[in-house]
Design a protein around this ligand. Structure first.
Ligand code: NAP
Length: 245
């Protein structure tokens, strides 16, 4: 049975990604910085009939937590086939380039960028043991330089500078990682889940978590002919009216 790790999977899009990967026959580690919350999520999925899931304590900003998660997966399964870097924070709203302090940037980058780098590098040894390793980094169309610079397109606001720039950095990390792994069987892509009704958006949005997860797992399950080093966003071209995400 193939194995997947989803970060920030105790709720929202990550939980739905875990459910759909389980539905596709994978054993799924539900990464959760609060283990109780992850265990509650795993119990909920098991009660729905998805028993091939297990909560794992994983705070992506804590090197010790990352190392412990890696060691546990190494002991239990010995390898990892799919890593979904889903955990993310917004840092609050109305982040102005003129006024938002570097403390906010640092907090957001700790999770959205450095957390992804640390988790990915820690899990690489396990991913390399898979025949077809896949990494999906959950990003956003709000990180698009082209869309944000297009002042005629009011649906792509530039009001979330720490969040937007963190995901732009994530996109560039994705491309660099894929490039360095180009002569291997790895596929590494960044995916926008769409504007999704979760805690993150105050349950505003045009997509359900189920639809968002479908967009993500598509790139976790691609075969050897699939793309690598790309950014995908299917909901956002064109953007839904008044969409801030
Ligand atoms: P959500 O419901 O707020 O879930 C975020 C998840 O990330 C939670 O499980 C949260 O855990 C976890 N998390 C935050 N910091 C963490 C840390 N340091 N270590 C481990 N886990 C951490 O948000 P969502 O909408 O599902 O978002 C998931 C991803 O999609 C994010 O990367 C977000 O940027 C991206 N995205 C969302 C939308 C949207 O419209 N919703 C659009 C584009 C991209 P706790 O429960 O402990 O806080």
């Amino acid at each position: 049975m193939k194995t997947a790790l989803v970060t920030g999977a105790n709720k929202g899009i990550g939980l739905e990604v875990a459910k759909q990967l389980s539905q596709n026959g994978l054993f799924v580690y539900i990464g959760s910085r609060n283990l109780n919350s992850g265990q509650d999520a795993a119990k909920k999925l098991s009660a729905e009939g998805f028993e091939n899931v297990k909560a794992i304590q994983l705070d992506v900003t804590d090197p010790q937590s990352i190392q412990a998660a890696k060691n546990l997966i190494a002991t239990e399964t010995g390898s990892l086939d799919i890593l979904i870097n889903n955990a993310g924070i917004s840092g609050g709203f109305q982040q102005s380039a003129l006024a938002t302090g570097s403390d906010v940037f640092k907090t957001v980058y700790e999770t959205n960028v450095f957390g992804v780098v640390d988790v990915t590098q820690a899990m690489l040894e396990l991913l390399k043991k898979s025949e077809e390793p896949r990494i999906v980094n959950v990003s956003t169309s709000m990180a698009s330089l082209n869309l944000a610079a297009d002042l005629s397109n009011a649906n792509y606001p530039t009001r979330y500078v720490a969040y937007q720039s963190s995901k732009a950095a994530l996109n560039m990390y994705t491309i660099n990682l894929a490039y360095e792994l180009r002569d291997t069987t790895f596929k590494v892509n960044a995916v926008c889940p769409g504007w999704t009704k979760t805690d993150f958006t105050g349950y505003q949005g045009t997509s359900t978590a189920e639809e968002a997860a479908q967009r993500i797992i598509k790139f976790a399950l691609i075969d050897k002919h699939g793309p690598t080093g790309q950014f995908f966003s299917e909901e956002y071209f064109p953007a839904p009216a008044n969409c801030p995400w």
